[in-house]
Ligand binder design. Structure first.
Ligand SMILES: *[C@@H]1O[C@H](CO)[C@@H](O)[C@H](O)[C@H]1NC(C)=O
Ligand SMILES: *[C@@H]1O[C@H](CO)[C@@H](O)[C@H](O)[C@H]1NC(C)=O
Length: 658
């Protein structure tokens, strides 16, 4: 929560007109230069020092502001107001004990009493001493709207979101629209999983920001317009736009609208990277992980060194290391940060990570650990189910809502454990055992998308259950039929193969036509966009024929699917294509198949095309930095399509000559 309130005021002074204008226009950086110049000649000028402090404060350089106030206090030890501002600056710089000491030295100032109290409460809140903070807030005037807001913040911290929401909504009614207050309301709705209500308040903040401050360039970067940083100005802070867009990104991410999440981040008023706040940095890392993993890992590692960092950073970094299979790095981070585990990881999450890491050395022990965890979760799920039923019987809507939320949270904890458990057998290619594990969980997971998808894959891989895999893939595709390119290519490909294997060729063809039409529509709008869906479907079907020994048909289909090369050749598509060529070469070398001369010639020609278009295409995805040394990956030049295509061509030529 960003706005525990501790009033900030501008110190009046005798500024000259020019400085006055600069400050009014919030040209703080310029103003700081002028003031530093003046201070060279008049090092003890109180007006200059206090204005400088003010400018530093509003550029959020709180340490520099604190130093100015410290000097001012030396110059006039009686001035309590300076002490208050000094303490406020220290508080903003998260130097809580120091700020507290200064507060304690402010005495006998009845006019400042409540301001000091508010600040003291904010300090205790920052130190997460909620009891002391509550005690201090209770001593503030009850008719002050800030008191209401602060009580809301305290309730929020205690995870009493309904009650916090009441306080904030009440304050909103009294005080009228205030961006940060609306943001707090939106945040409570977010926590209560009422996303529509949350988005409504976010929209109000954004509309207000755009209307009042067109100079903040909202949405321009998304439109592709080159924009300059708007800087960390007071205006930006007061609009709560950064917070609102971050929350919007979080909601879209939760709803699995990943493009919308990315867009929310680029819509935000632009700042340069070193100006970004911790939350924005964290969200950028997370949301762009699929395209820029090394940058993402760098940002999260950087954040972990900051104090404070967004509380989710620690768990997310660990989970992402595991997701990208850098288990050693995850283990290191855990070992180096024992002090963080208690605070930032739930016992469940800790056990889960522990089992994931264990899996690398001992799959059996890991399986047992996952099993223990899964049992705990299923117990919780049974209990939650019972609570939902009871609440329904009693017609208690609020209790139903809460029980359903509890159930969903328990399910969110359970599914990853189940998947990790299943993956142990998946990696052993023991798909019947994977299916058994999924069958055991059907009572809870029936409606879960991740579960359904993985059941479909498992049935597919068994190669004799294509009817069943069709039954699971179909609803996934149907659900997004109108935006079919949002379905992952591999799901579409597997469904097509399932159709073909069960003699439903007409269905397969219809699906492929649909994909083709959608891709045409997209490339009509954006000619240069690389589109891989239909290509991958064709590749998978080609692979299928190759695997059945019909290379003549299979490899032709593979080659054709990559045309035109400038649009279709990519890291993933090359991966599928080269597998077919390798298997073909193996069969040819063993003289298990023969190929028409003309087909052989086509293969060589195809590889030559790949050499031309594959110069800048990597064959492995971007690795996070500092992992490269550990993994002994081949040097950069060899990891390109051009290198591999040449290599394959050489093998074909060798075969032709022999
Ligand atoms: C502060 O006020 C109290 C009573 O209100 C008085 O006894 C005390 O001397 C005052 N202290 C100072 C430093 O003025
Ligand atoms: C799969 O795993 C189960 C349980 O460990 C085992 O009994 C079975 O033999 C395995 N099947 C294969 C094909 O390895």
């Amino acid at each position: 929560m960003s706005t525990f309130i501790e009033n900030v005021h501008i110190k009046d002074g005798e500024y000259t007109k020019i400085i006055y204008v600069m400050i009014r226009e919030q040209r703080y950086t310029e103003c700081i230069k002028v003031l530093l110049n003046l201070l060279d000649s008049y090092p003890n000028s109180r007006p200059c020092l206090s204005l400088l402090a003010h400018c530093y404060f509003y550029t959020q350089d709180f340490m520099a502001a604190a130093q100015c106030y410290e000097k001012l206090i030396q110059l006039c030890p009686q001035e309590n107001l300076y002490k208050l501002y000094y303490a406020q600056s220290l508080h903003q710089a998260c130097m809580y004990p120091e700020a507290w000491t200064i507060c304690s030295s402010i005495i006998n100032q009845s006019n400042l009493e409540f301001k000091v109290k508010k600040l003291q409460a904010a300090i205790k809140y920052g130190q997460e001493d909620m009891i002391a903070a509550k005690n201090l807030v209770d001593q503030c005037p009850a008719d002050d709207v800030d008191t209401e807001i602060n009580l809301g913040c305290l309730l929020y911290k205690e995870e009493k979101y309904e009650q916090a929401l009441k306080k904030f909504s009440n304050a909103l009614q009294i005080a009228g629209f205030k961006p940060h207050l609306s943001y707090n309301v939106a945040l409570c709705y977010f926590k209560l999983k009422e996303y529509a209500a949350s988005l409504k308040h976010i929209a109000t903040i954004i509309e207000h920001g755009i209307r009042e401050h067109p100079e903040l360039s909202v949405g321009m970067a998304t439109e592709g317009i080159e924009v300059r940083s708007v800087g960390n100005t007071l205006t930006l802070h007061e609009t709560a736009l950064t917070e609102a867009f971050n929350l919007k990104a979080a909601i879209e991410y939760q709803l699995q609208n990943y493009d919308a999440a990315k867009e929310a981040l680029t819509d935000m008023p632009p700042r340069s990277e070193e100006e970004l706040d911790a939350v924005t940095l964290h969200n950028q890392a997370l949301i762009n992980m699929d395209t820029k993993p090394s940058e993402g890992f760098e940002k999260l590692q950087f954040l972990l060194q900051q104090n404070p960092f967004p509380p989710e950073t620690f768990a997310n970094l660990l989970l992402l290391y595991c997701k990208y299979q850098y288990y050693d790095l995850a283990a290191d981070i855990l070992a180096e940060n024992v002090h963080l585990t208690y605070k930032y990881l739930t016992p469940y999450l800790y056990d889960f990570l522990d089992a994931l890491i264990t899996q690398q050395t001992s799959p059996e022990e890991a399986y047992r650990k996952f099993d223990d965890l899964a049992n705990k979760h299923t117990e919780a799920l049974r209990k939650a189910t019972k609570q939902v039923q009871e609440a329904r019987l009693n017609h208690d809507d609020n209790a139903v809502k809460k029980a359903v939320n509890d159930y969903e949270e328990a399910l969110d904890r359970y599914v990853p454990v189940l998947m990790a458990q299943a993956k142990i057998y998946w990696d052993l290619e023991n798909y019947t055992q994977v299916e058994k594990i999924f069958k055991k969980s059907v009572e809870f997971c029936n409606d879960n998308d991740v579960w359904k998808l993985n059941v479909a894959h498992t049935l597919f891989m068994q190669e004799n259950k294509f009817k069943d895999s069709t039954r699971f893939y179909e609803p996934i595709v149907k659900k997004k039929y109108d935006s079919i390119l949002d379905v992952s290519a591999i799901v579409l490909a597997n469904l097509c193969v399932s159709y073909i294997m069960t003699s439903q060729n007409a269905e397969a063809e219809e699906l492929m036509k649909k994909i083709e039409k959608e891709e045409e529509a997209v490339s009509f709008e954006d000619q240069d966009k690389k589109l891989f869906h239909l290509c991958i479907v064709n590749l998978v079907i080609g692979t299928l024929y190759c695997s059945k020994g019909n290379f003549e048909f299979g490899i032709s289909r593979v080659m054709k699917s990559l045309e035109p090369y400038n649009k279709k050749l990519g890291t993933d598509t090359w991966f599928y294509a080269k597998r077919c060529f390798l298997s073909l070469l193996e069969q040819l070398a063993k003289q298990l198949v023969v190929l028409k001369d003309s087909t052989l010639q086509e293969c060589i020609q195809f590889l030559e095309h790949c050499e031309v278009y594959g110069k800048d295409i990597m064959t492995v995805i971007d690795q996070p930095f500092d992992v490269q040394d550990m993994l002994n990956i081949s040097p950069q030049g060899k990891r390109t399509v051009v290198y591999e295509a040449r290599y394959l061509k050489a093998l074909f030529l060798k075969l032709q000559m022999s």
